[in-house]
Ligand binder design. Structure first.
Ligand code: GLA
Length: 690
């Protein structure tokens, strides 16, 4: 075909566009420095403000030491105001404007908030909840996560964004969606579940056998007969639904992740923001495709509980086995708790350092400035509705300065632990569906062990039961109720390899179909233990327990243990209670070569758990990472190749003096110190060459 005179041929036009884009990116690349190693950030919603306001916001952010903004995760209607009409120019300008202030961007894909044209045109994409109600427009997360049309539209907008920003040097990475939470019960989801079951179980005979459907005439003769159950029902069906939901979130995520990866520079990470202990799906399933784990850390009502919150940090670190991000945290207070009290003056800073200590490399505040309307008008912010700093801003500024100072010391460092706590979603769900004692909360059980173990060792990993365990001296499995064959092999290898495995109450009762093991607890580990659980009892009242760990009380749950092999030592026995338990073993242990296995049959009270943790760590050779500190002072070690950094935070109610085990460099204040005085909420960052 002949080209029209005076008009550039299409091929040449493309070449020019590619060349110009290349030049623009090269100039941007040359200007963009590497982002600081420890980042202070905030969620920024430029689409909610006139562009003329951006400069003032970015200047205030820069003055606070903020180097990262997360943007766009709810801006679908702005980025695609009509189907297939994309407008990303404004976002490009926002990213460039932020870059000029030394602020890098993380882009959220907007699939948590589909626009009104979409839900109107494709109402089948709206989620149906468990009660059968279809969501309406006007909130967020109102989509059906399994719907093919929804996925297609979400992928297309993500693809446009990745094509536009995938090589922008000011873009550090991507957050897919926002807090995956609500599964759908739409007919298409139900059908997909039935297909999923077929792929997993192969035949109905197999499924019927493994779920024991002879019970209550539950036998299925056709895949289409299988219902969805989420709270009460056949335990095999319940667990399968959760596994299907986990796989569906994974494929939902992969749908966007693949187009982002295909169109972005490898150094741009892909993450999503999770919610601590939230158990709507198995995070180990979903996180495997991501580059980085990130979570939203909110206290809500009350104040920072360093063990409860710290365990959630460690849980998140365990998703990828490396440092993570706090993608959102509260600037003082939230708007959704019973009482939305503010954290105390100094507590926000203490909490930021507590996060860094647990292995966060970024702490980002939600949000910069509240939208002038919308559901979250009362939430804490860094600037007020008038656009000027709130009182907390000065504390954020201090954090900014400190991150800047400590960044070079913390670069390339991460926590490393001698103690692991095993955590499994299967087990948490299994216990939650059949608590047997309504107060039995599996997360509280995990934290009850975590609390004293962390206080002694000063560093704990939280990992799944199939994780490599050879680096740990002590592996504690509270409530590992569902034990897969692979996990059982892993735990046996851990003990045979010289590790100390401690099984907490309710361990190994179920198989991977959430059915009962045909051996008494701890099922496939009973032979190794040389003992077993004879019977379990839900407790109305605490029972006395006594033995090597002193006098204690057991609450909620008690398992009557027996010792079969002669080399099994009985550490604790029940005192007088229901007759069945009187005088019977409550804790047993057995040494096997250099390894050891211990079973704790009762939920011990706090003091007894402290003694138990002391015994466990002593017998396993676990030492405190830094050394003894006063109660209420938290120590967080992070290690690099040539040095260690110890972050210390005083979360007690009084000023504390800490004597250091050896002279250390004070990173924030300068000088070498042998001891430290920390006021309430005081923070110190100390460096020691290794
Ligand atoms: C979550 C969401 C945010 C915001 C905050 C408020 O973490 O991701 O969009 O709603 O809660 O606390």
């Amino acid at each position: 075909m002949r080209e029209r005179e005076g008009v550039l041929p299409v091929g040449s036009l493309k070449t020019i566009i590619v060349f110009v884009s290349f030049m623009v990116l090269s100039i941007l690349n040359a200007n963009a420095q590497n982002a600081p190693p420890i980042l202070l950030g905030t969620a920024w919603y430029p689409e909610q403000w006139p562009e003329s306001r951006w400069e003032a916001d970015l200047t205030l952010m820069q003055q606070a030491g903020i180097h990262m903004v997360r943007v766009a995760e709810f801006a679908w209607s702005r980025m695609e105001p009509a189907e297939g009409q994309y407008d990303l120019d404004w976002l490009d300008r926002a990213i460039t404007a932020a870059g000029k202030h030394g602020i890098y961007t993380v882009i959220g894909t907007p699939s948590a908030a589909p626009p009104a044209w979409l839900t109107q045109k494709y109402p089948e994409t709206l989620r149906i909840d468990e009660e059968g109600h279809r969501a309406e427009h006007g909130n967020r997360q109102h989509f059906d996560f399994a719907n093919a049309k929804y996925r297609e539209l979400a992928r297309k907008v993500a693809e446009q964004m990745a094509k536009r920003f995938g090589h922008n040097p000011y873009v550090l990475g991507w957050q897919i969606d926002n807090e995956y939470a609500n599964e759908s019960y739409n007919p298409d989801t139900h059908e997909q579940f039935q297909h999923w079951l077929k792929a997993r179980y192969g035949t109905l005979d197999n499924l019927n056998a493994r779920w024991t459907t002879a019970y209550w005439s539950q036998t299925y003769f056709d895949w289409s007969q299988i219902p969805i159950e989420n709270h009460y029902g056949n335990p095999g069906l319940l667990l399968s639904w959760k596994r299907f939901v986990s796989d569906t979130w994974r494929s939902y995520q992969k749908n966007q992740l693949d187009v982002i990866r295909a169109n972005s520079a490898p150094k741009q990470f892909i993450t999503t923001n999770t919610m601590g202990w939230f158990d709507g799906y198995d995070h180990y399933t979903v996180e495997q495709d991501l580059d980085l784990a990130a979570w939203d850390d909110y206290v809500g009502q009350g104040h920072l509980d360093p063990a409860g919150n710290g365990a959630a940090h460690d849980l998140t670190r365990g998703f990828k086995g490396k440092n993570f991000w706090v993608m959102e945290t509260q600037p003082g207070f939230v708007n959704w708790a019973g009482v939305n009290n503010s954290l105390d003056k100094g507590e926000v800073r203490a909490m930021a350092w507590h996060a860094i200590g647990h292995g966060a490399d970024t702490v980002s505040y939600w949000q910069w400035r509240s939208a002038l309307n919308g559901q979250e008008e009362y939430h804490g912010t860094l600037v007020g509705a008038d656009g000027t700093p709130v009182p907390l801003y000065a504390e954020i500024q201090q954090i900014g300065k400190e991150f800047q100072k400590a960044g070079p010391y913390l670069a390339g460092t991460s926590p490393k632990s001698e103690v692991a706590i095993l955590h499994s979603y299967d087990s948490r769900w299994a216990i939650d569906w059949q608590r047997h004692n309504h107060e039995y909360d599996p997360v509280k059980e995990i934290v009850s062990y975590y609390r004293p173990l962390r206080a002694i060792s000063q560093s704990v990993d939280v990992v799944p039961p199939t994780a490599p365990l050879s680096q740990y001296k002590l592996v504690v499995a509270p409530g590992l109720n569902v034990l897969s064959d692979a996990a059982a092999r892993n735990l046996i290898a851990c003990v045979r390899g010289g590790g100390h495995l401690v099984l907490g109450q309710r361990s190994a009762m179920k198989n991977e179909d959430n059915g009962l093991q045909t051996e008494r607890q701890p099922g496939p580990l009973a032979e190794l233990l040389g003992g077993r659980v004879e019977q379990y009892y839900a407790l109305e009242n605490p029972v006395p327990i006594e033995g090597k760990w002193g006098t204690a009380q057991g609450k909620l749950w008690a398992e009557l243990l027996s010792a079969k092999n002669e080399d099994v030592e009985i550490l604790e026995r029940y005192g007088k209670s229901n007759g069945w338990l009187d005088g019977q073993p409550a804790v047993i242990t057995r040494q096997l070569g250099k390894g050891r296995i211990t079973y704790i049959g009762a939920w011990l009270d706090g003091d007894a758990l402290k003694s138990a943790a002391k015994w466990m760590t002593d017998v396993s050779g676990v030492k405190p990472a830094m050394g003894p500190v006063p109660d209420g002072v938290e120590v967080y070690p992070r290690y690099g190749d040539t040095h260690a950094v110890y972050i210390l935070v005083n979360l007690s109610k009084a000023k504390q003096t800490i004597s250091l085990p050896s002279p250390m460099q004070d990173v924030l204040e300068g000088g070498t110190k042998n001891s430290l005085d920390l006021p309430v909420y005081g923070v110190a960052v100390m460096e020691k060459k290794r």
